[in-house]
Design a protein around this ligand. Structure first.
Ligand code: HAS
Length: 542
């Protein structure tokens, strides 16, 4: 209905405006790092780096995901007036928080990066804004939980719709993960930044941040997987390979994406190596649902192609609708996830992490994962979601522009992220402006790649401008009409979905048990053995 469309579109406006602002900050950064450009008006490098990270990685993603998930929930299980009202309250809370945080960054009072752990300290409004964003997102979580609960009550014993099940898993994951960041913000950062305490425990803040920071990346990934599992099959004229497999992979994400934060802290002192090793093993468990997803996608594509008569070994690839941007953009994202995921496995491998940690390789990794796989899938979603919400047609023009946009994005990202990966292996640090490091010889081996990053970044920015244009054209310019909201059916050949996959108590219970197992002892250890304040300790951490 138009009321639902307004709610979802409100989230989309914030997401696409963030894309433009955050993207511009990214472009400036690649220029600075190339050594050919100085920021004007006394703007600091870390100011734009923080704005870039927070606006794209936290604001764009959260607003797009919550908006998209409301669309899926409304379509599959419905939304009542009361639930819509609470969704609006969540939206406004998040927006006020975002403006507070963004304002603090833009005035140069929060140069603390998007991974804002101690010892870096920002002005209190930065943290208060973030706390509001988290609270707003929790309101969205509980609204989604309620939506499914109401549907279940009305459909006693019925299996919940696949997309609603997936949304609830993602919001559960988000809720459990954000408890960590809420704790560090409320208990540590706000009192510290207000001057109520002199110092805080740095390692605790970093551990609580990464308890949240890793599942955060799956909170970004899972909406893309929702589209891959349950929407793309419809677009390609096929069916979902297996409902049970899709649900199983989401359940595995819920269980294994949280107790793995130490793989971001492998080089940090103060954490017992045994617990780092245990969390590395758990990290390898969280790779499994992505491998299940890869298998399921290939199966879906092959089945769809074969059902259209393309029976040779790889002939089904030709049957895929390569000229339909709703398929093209996400499938390029899927292809990017093959090297991106491989990079993740390298990062997680304890010894190899020593080579890449804190180098610009890591930046290359996340521009391929969230910046390509996830974002191209989000763009692919936008091409049908926005017209279907604004009552306009997905025209040939949008389709062609979308395909051009996907190609521009992929070329820009290939150059930028490729250069980041190579420069990282040559030792180039991440999070640093241009420097000759007092004439160190090694620096000469990086500079060519830093220039390549600026070239790739410029191409990417053209892609951003084009995408923002397409977005506003879909909202205001495209001819009035109808665009479909594609939701696929499950293949008749799939095995029935076992009832236990919806045993929420069981999955939440195992998730909590795994978190307690992975974190309790090391956390007690950290608190007992680290000095009470950040003084002195910060040098160790750096
Ligand atoms: Fe990561 C650092 C490990 C996935 C994002 N990661 C980051 C950071 C970000 C990020 C933002 O262990 C930096 C944080 C910071 O600022 O410090 N990552 C992993 C592992 C995975 C992984 C093991 N990361 C992601 C995803 C992200 C993301 C997804 C965003 C969405 N990552 C790490 C580690 C670090 C790290 C360490 C810390 C490094 C350090 O030292 O600082 C895995 O989940 C990856 C599994 C994926 C696969 C790929 C499966 C392939 C699929 C596609 C199939 C293709 C098809 C196409 C079907 C195994 C599903 C077919 C097409 C036809 C036409 C036929």
């Amino acid at each position: 209905s138009s009321k639902e469309a307004r709610l979802i579109m409100a989230h989309m406006y914030v997401a696409f405006i963030s894309l433009l602002v955050g993207g511009l900050m990214g472009l400036l950064q690649t220029f600075v790092r190339s050594g050919t450009f100085n920021l004007p008006f006394g703007i600091g490098y870390y100011q734009i780096l923080t704005a870039h990270g927070v606006i794209l990685a936290l604001v764009l993603t959260t607003f797009f995901i919550i908006g998209f998930q409301f669309a899926l929930m409304s379509k599959t299980v419905g939304i009542s007036d009361k639930q819509r009202l609470s969704a609006w309250i969540g939206f406004w809370t998040m927006l006020i928080g975002t403006l507070l945080t963004a304002g603090t960054i833009l005035t140069g009072k929060a140069n603390v990066l998007y991974t804002f752990y101690a010892p870096l300290k920002a002005f209190p409004t930065f943290y208060i804004g973030l706390a509001l964003v988290v609270v707003g997102s929790w309101i969205a979580c509980f609204t989604n939980f309620r939506q499914l609960a109401v549907w279940k009550k009305a459909h006693k014993g019925g299996k919940s719709p696949l997309l609603a099940f997936m949304v609830v898993i993602n919001m559960l994951l988000w809720f459990i993960a954000t408890l960590g960041v809420a704790a560090t913000v409320l208990i540590q950062f706000i009192p510290w930044s207000l001057g109520m305490v002199d110092s805080i425990n740095v390692l605790v803040s970093r551990t609580l941040f990464w308890y949240f920071g890793h599942p955060l990346v799956y909170f970004w990934l899972l909406p893309a997987y929702m589209a891959w599992y349950a929407i793309i099959p419809k677009i390609i004229g096929g069916k979902i390979y297996s409902d049970a497999l899709a649900r199983l992979s989401f359940v595995l994400f819920l269980m294994f994406s949280i107790p793995v934060g130490f793989h971001h802290q492998l080089t940090e002192p103060g954490i017992d190596p045994l617990w780092k090793f245990i969390q590395v093993v758990l990290t390898f468990m969280v790779i499994i649902p992505s491998l299940l997803t890869a298998f399921s996608m290939f199966a879906t594509f092959e089945m769809a192609g074969r059902s259209k008569g393309f029976t040779s070994l790889f002939g089904w690839i030709r049957a895929l609708p390569w000229k339909d941007v709703r398929f093209f953009a996400p499938v390029v994202g899927m292809l990017a996830f093959i090297p991106a995921g491989t990079g993740g496995i390298i990062n997680a491998s304890h010894q190899m992490n020593q080579v890449i940690h804190n180098t610009i390789w890591v930046t290359g990794h996340f521009h391929l994962t969230v910046g390509t796989t996830v974002i191209l899938t989000f763009f692919g979603i936008a091409y049908w979601l926005i017209p279907s919400l604004t009552g306009r047609k997905l025209t040939k023009k949008i389709n062609t522009l979308g395909i051009i946009q996907t190609i521009v994005w992929s070329v820009g990202m290939f150059i930028m992220s490729g250069a980041m990966h190579i420069a990282g292996l040559l030792g180039a640090p991440r999070r640093s402006a241009y420097s000759t490091y007092t004439g160190a010889e090694q620096v000469d081996t990086w500079i060519g790649y830093q220039l390549a990053q600026a070239i790739g970044g410029t191409i990417l920015f053209i892609g951003i401008v084009l995408m923002v244009y397409i977005f506003f054209y879909m909202v205001f310019g495209a001819p009035k009409g109808e665009a479909s909201f594609p939701i696929a059916e499950v293949s008749e050949e799939a095995e029935p979905t076992p009832q236990y996959l919806e045993n929420w108590k069981l999955w939440i219970g195992i998730t909590i048990a795994l978190i307690l197992f992975a974190y309790t002892i090391p956390f007690i250890d950290i608190i007992q053995h680290s000095p009470p304040g950040s003084e002195g300790f910060e040098n160790l951490i750096r």
